[in-house]
Ligand binder design. Structure first.
Ligand SMILES: [Zn+2]
Length: 274
């Protein structure tokens, strides 16, 4: 499943292909993917519009048009694919955008959980339904140990599932939550509300640094996920704990352990994390 660094990599790789492109035609093969409009309404709003910008909030891609915004989410396995010429319908293709230049943007999704929402341009992006109630990204100005200390105050359970709560930290998923906890030396079962401000300052720095490094390396390619345009990320070579059960810790050689927390596999070093 793509996490923040993978979605940022998709955004960066698509940007040169879609900016200033004008939409000639839109085909929706799976109507339920478009949650705000039926296929004909979606088509009517988009045809003739030019993409001015492509931005990201958490794991949402935000497509900016002069008169509206499209918010898309890749969910489990969504992928965008660009072609310079028209192609027959591809396997698992659910949305196709044809540009006036002849270029084609294809959305493929084996699991079909991806979504597309279309909105009139709001004054504030954060008022839109998919973006409401989201917490701060590690790259946001207000993200700090003090912010985490305040948010964790009422959270008496283990920290790992709390890190995955998008209303607190936006954009950390299972891979990076494990890596951030290793970086900060915090045991995944430690109670969130019992962690000192000093350690949370360190955790906030680790969240920024781990995600920044992952974005620089194009994200992580593990299992079935491969980003748009077939570019493989390289961050899997930088992992310290995630998916490395029984491998020696890169710092202390202790075998990495795997446990389940809230149903998610969690990897950690019992010697480095307390
Ligand atoms: Zn270790």
């Amino acid at each position: 499943m793509p996490e923040l660094p993978e979605v940022e990599t998709v955004r960066r790789s698509l940007t040169p292909y879609v900016i200033n492109q004008t939409i000639a035609d839109v085909t929706v093969y799976l109507p339920r993917m478009v949650r705000t409009h039926d296929p004909s309404g979606f088509h009517a709003h988009l045809v003739g519009q030019t993409i001015n910008d492509l931005t990201r909030r958490g794991k949402h891609l935000i497509w900016h048009f002069p008169n509206c915004l499209m918010i898309s989410h890749l969910r489990m396995e969504g992928k965008f694919f660009v072609s310079e010429e028209s192609l027959p319908k591809m396997p698992h293709e659910h949305v196709r955008i044809q540009f006036t230049s002849g270029r084609v943007l294809i959305y493929q999704d084996v699991r079909t959980f991806g979504t597309f929402d279309l909105y009139d341009k709001p004054a504030e992006l954060s008022t839109l339904k998919p973006l409401k109630d989201l917490g701060l990204e590690p790259f946001d100005a207000g993200f700090s140990g003090a912010y985490l200390h305040d948010q964790f105050n009422t959270r008496k359970g283990p920290i790992k599932p709390v890190l995955l709560d998008q209303t607190i930290i936006l954009g950390l998923g299972n891979i990076y939550a494990d890596e951030v906890l290793f970086c900060a030396g915090i045991h995944p079962t430690r109670k969130a509300n019992k962690i000192s401000l000093k350690r949370l300052n360190n955790l906030a720095d680790c969240a920024k640094n781990v995600l920044k490094k992952a974005i620089e390396l194009g994200g992580t390619t593990i299992r079935t996920y491969e980003n748009s345009l077939g570019i493989d990320g390289l961050f899997q070579n930088e992992l310290y704990v995630h998916t490395l059960e029984n491998e020696p810790c890169r710092v202390c050689q202790t075998p990495i352990r795997r446990i389940k927390l809230s149903g998610r596999s969690t990897y950690y070093c019992k010697n480095c994390q307390h």
